[in-house]
Design a protein around this ligand. Structure first.
Ligand SMILES: [Zn+2]
Length: 321
């Protein structure tokens, strides 16, 4: 008889669930559409059914369920405070709801934080005691491991690394703050700046690459245009990657990590991104002793499930309010 862990990745589009072993292997998985527009109870029913379909049918027992969800979560009570892309999920005690159904320990955490925990436990930062993780995608999220523990902060809201201010003279971010790293360097930010420049009439071949359909524009197309020497693509990428490099520099000063891991779709820019970030860090860091490896994430599509597994294996110690 062995113990298995059930992992759930609750996203705005899909619910993924998997049966995992403690060493990080996924032995079965399932995936359904979230269909958040059908309401919270329907989403919980789909999570329940996905978890049930992963329940071990052999003599193995389920040790715990881990679940990652977007947005701020109280990691000690397992209450989802709000969840972008999941309308109606406000102050939802999802941990207790699932605990009542399945009668095993349930742990819930923020998806970006736990993606970081997954990279630390199973991926690019394995063996390091201090890590900063950034996911650069439609938004920018983060996770910090300090002295071998995931940093949660006083209310479990720590490591919103996408919302450090880089340029207070720039625009207002989705979060309400100004000139955030996410506002300047996310995939959405790169595309937004390209569209602005094209609408201003700057000459570029980008519109041709998407056959005039600017809705089809993405970071891959921008990267392709930059490779072909397009001035608009090059200028926007330079600006965004410089913002990212300045953000990482601040994170080195704040957390003094021994490794920085960058994942998310924008990290597929590869050397274009990593060389630029390393160069900006080298130029601006206050002391060369802060410099550490800045590397791509390893876990790609399974990072959410492995984050949920990592949480279930090593939940935060309970504490008094
Ligand atoms: Zn922000």
């Amino acid at each position: 008889m062995a113990q298995v862990y059930l992992a759930v990745d609750l996203g705005g589009t899909r619910i993924r669930a998997a049966r995992c072993r403690a060493e990080g292997t996924i032995e079965a998985r399932t995936e359904v559409f979230t269909q958040a527009d059908q309401g919270v109870e329907a989403v919980i029913a789909r999570i329940e059914s996905a978890v049930r379909s992963m329940w071990p049918t052999t003599s193995d027992t389920t040790a715990a369920i881990g679940l990652v969800a977007p947005g701020p979560i109280d990691p000690w009570t397992g209450v989802i405070l709000t969840a972008p892309n999941l309308p109606g999920m406000v102050n939802l005690p999802l941990r207790d709801r699932l605990g009542d159904i399945f009668n095993v320990p349930v742990f819930i955490g923020n998806d970006a934080n736990l993606a970081g925990l997954a990279e630390w436990r199973f991926g690019a930062a394995r063996g390091y005691t201090d890590m900063v993780y950034l996911t650069v995608s439609t938004g920018i999220g983060g996770g910090v491991v300090s002295n071998g523990r995931l940093l949660l902060g006083s209310r479990g809201l720590a490591a919103e690394l996408g919302h450090i201010t880089i340029d207070r003279t720039d625009g207002v971010c989705n979060c309400g703050n100004v000139g955030c790293l996410e506002w300047l360097a996310s995939g959405t930010a790169i595309v937004r700046q390209i569209v602005e420049r094209l609408r201003d009439g700057e000459p570029s071949r980008i519109a041709d690459l998407v056959h005039g359909d600017l809705d089809a524009l993405n970071v891959e197309v921008v990267a392709q245009a930059a490779l072909q020497g397009d001035a608009v693509a090059t200028a926007v990428l330079n600006k965004s990657l410089r913002a990212l490099g300045l953000g990482v520099t601040s994170l080195l000063h704040m957390f003094n990590p021994s490794i920085v891991v960058i994942g998310g779709g924008v990290s597929n820019l590869g050397a274009r991104l990593f060389d630029s970030v390393r160069a900006t860090v080298k130029q601006h860091v206050m002391d060369p002793r802060y410099i550490c490896p800045i590397v791509p994430a390893h876990l790609s599509g399974d990072v959410g499930l492995l984050g949920a597994l990592a949480l279930a294996l090593d939940p935060p110690p309970q504490r008094q309010a």
